[in-house]
Ligand binder design. Structure first.
Ligand SMILES: Nc1ncnc2c1ncn2[C@@H]1O[C@H](COP(=O)(O)OP(=O)(O)OP(=O)(O)O)[C@@H](O)[C@H]1O
Length: 331
C-alpha cells in the first residue's frame, strides 16, 4: 500500500484523519474514548495534556503499534485501520524519547534500517544515509561509523530523527522527542528541527508535556483531557489568547500572557509615528518580530521605546504600553 502517489524527493506527506478512534484495553481501561482530529498535509500538530490522558495511545494507534478498538484512521483518503501494520509502519517515521537506536549498530546502519528492509540498492542506501546525516547536522564521515554510546544525547536524538526520515515517510510521529536532553540542548534541537521541517514539510504529530515546546513547534495544538477528550484544537496564539474551556485555561496557566507574546508578531497597528527630531539613541526592532523579543528590548530601553524597522528602514516607534495592547486585544 502506498498512500501517496510518488511526489518525489523529501516532499511526500499525507494528511491524517482520526475518525472517532477509541482504545479500550483488555482490563477495561478506556484510554481514548472517541477522538476525531484532522491534520493537514505538511502540518505539525502537537498533542498535549496531563499524564495518562491518552496522548501516547493516540500516537501509537496512528502507526498501529496499538490497535484501535473503535473508529477509523485515514492517511489521505485511504483507511489504514485494516492495512498491514508492518507495511504501514515503513511509511511512518517514529521518534521516541530515548531514541531506541540499536546499540550494536553504527549510526549509518541505524539510519539505514528501513531503506534496507525496503530492499533499496546498497549504493542508494549509502547516499540516502549521508544525505540524512547532513540534513540533521551530523558530518557523515565523522559520525557514520560511531556507535550510539559514542554520541551525546542531542546527537543521538538527531540520529533518531534521521532514521525516522530515512525512507521518506509520509508521516512522522514523535513521542516526547526532546525531553531526554537538557533545556539548552532542547531549545537548540527544537530550532534545528523547525528548520528541518521547513525543508521536508512532513505531516508530524508530536506528543509533549512541555507547553513552551508545544507553542514553539506546533502549527496547531490539540489539548487533551482524560480519555483522550479533545478540549481545544487551535493555533498556539488562539489557544493562549482564547482558551476554549476552563480545563484549557487552567492547563495553559496564569503566565499564558507571557507565552503568547512569543507567538504574537509586532504589527503596524501598534506603532506610533517616528519622532520628528529623529531620536538616534533608540534601540531598533524588526516589524513582524515576536512581541516577546520586543518586550525584552523595551524593558531595558531608556524611555521604554524602540524604533521599528522594515527592510532596515524605520517605519515607526513602539512603546511598552502599546506593545502590551497586543496581548490584550485577542485575549
Ligand atoms: N496496556 C495497558 N493496559 C491498560 N491500561 C493501559 C495500558 N497502556 C496504557 N494504559 C492506560 O491508558 C491511559 C492512557 O495512557 P497513555 O500512555 O496513552 O497516556 P499519556 O497521556 O501518553 O501519559 P504520559 O503523559 O504519562 O506518558 C492511562 O490511564 C494508562 O494507564
Amino acid at each position: 500500500m502506498d498512500v501517496t502517489p510518488g511526489a518525489g524527493g523529501d516532499r511526500r506527506a499525507a494528511s491524517i484523519t482520526l475518525d472517532g478512534i477509541g482504545k479500550r484495553y483488555p482490563d477495561g481501561t478506556e484510554a481514548v474514548r472517541e477522538l476525531s482530529l484532522h491534520v493537514d498535509e505538511g502540518e505539525l500538530v502537537v498533542l498535549i495534556g496531563p499524564s495518562g490522558c491518552g496522548k501516547s495511545t493516540v500516537l501509537r494507534m496512528i502507526n498501529r503499534l496499538i490497535e484501535p478498538t473503535a473508529g477509523r484512521i485515514l492517511l489521505n483518503d485511504s483507511d489504514v485501520t485494516r492495512a498491514d501494520p508492518v507495511k504501514l509502519r515503513r511509511q511512518i517515521g517514529y521518534v521516541i524519547q530515548n531514541v531506541g537506536l540499536f546499540p550494536h549498530q553504527t549510526v549509518a546502519a541505524n539510519v539505514a534500517t528501513v531503506p534496507r528492509l525496503l530492499g533499496w540498492a546498497t549504493g542508494t542506501v549509502k547516499r540516502r544515509v549521508e544525505e540524512l546525516l547532513e540534513l540533521v547536522g551530523l558530518d557523515p564521515a565523522q559520525f557514520g561509523r560511531r556507535y550510539p554510546h559514542e554520541l551525546s544525547g542531542g546527537q543521538r536524538q538527531r540520529v533518531g530523527v534521521a532514521r525516522a526520515l530515512a525512507a521518506d515517510p509520509v508521516v512522522l510521529l514523535m513521542d516526547e522527542p526532546f525531553s531526554a536532553v537538557d533545556p539548552i540542548v532542547r531549545t537548540r534541537l527544537q530550532e534545528e528541527f523547525l528548520r528541518l521541517q521547513a525543508e521536508v514539510r512532513k505531516t508530524i504529530v508530536l506528543v509533549t508535556h512541555d507547553l513552551d515546546e508545544a507553542v514553539r513547534l506546533g502549527d496547531r495544538i490539540a489539548v487533551l483531557s482524560e480519555g483522550g477528550r479533545l478540549e481545544q484544537y487551535d493555533t498556539p496564539a488562539t489557544l493562549l489568547g482564547a482558551p476554549a474551556t476552563g480545563f484549557v485555561r487552567e492547563f495553559v496557566g496564569a503566565d499564558r500572557g507571557i507565552r503568547r507574546l512569543a507567538v504574537t508578531p509586532v504589527t503596524r497597528e501598534v506603532l506610533d509615528p517616528l519622532p520628528v527630531d529623529g531620536d538616534a539613541d533608540l534601540p531598533s526592532l524588526p516589524l513582524g518580530g515576536s512581541a516577546y523579543d520586543a518586550l525584552a528590548v523595551l524593558l531595558t530601553a531608556a524611555g521604554g521605546r524602540a524604533v521599528v524597522t522594515e527592510d532596515g528602514q524605520p517605519v515607526g516607534t513602539l512603546s511598552r504600553e502599546r506593545l502590551l495592547t497586543l496581548t490584550e486585544s485577542a485575549g
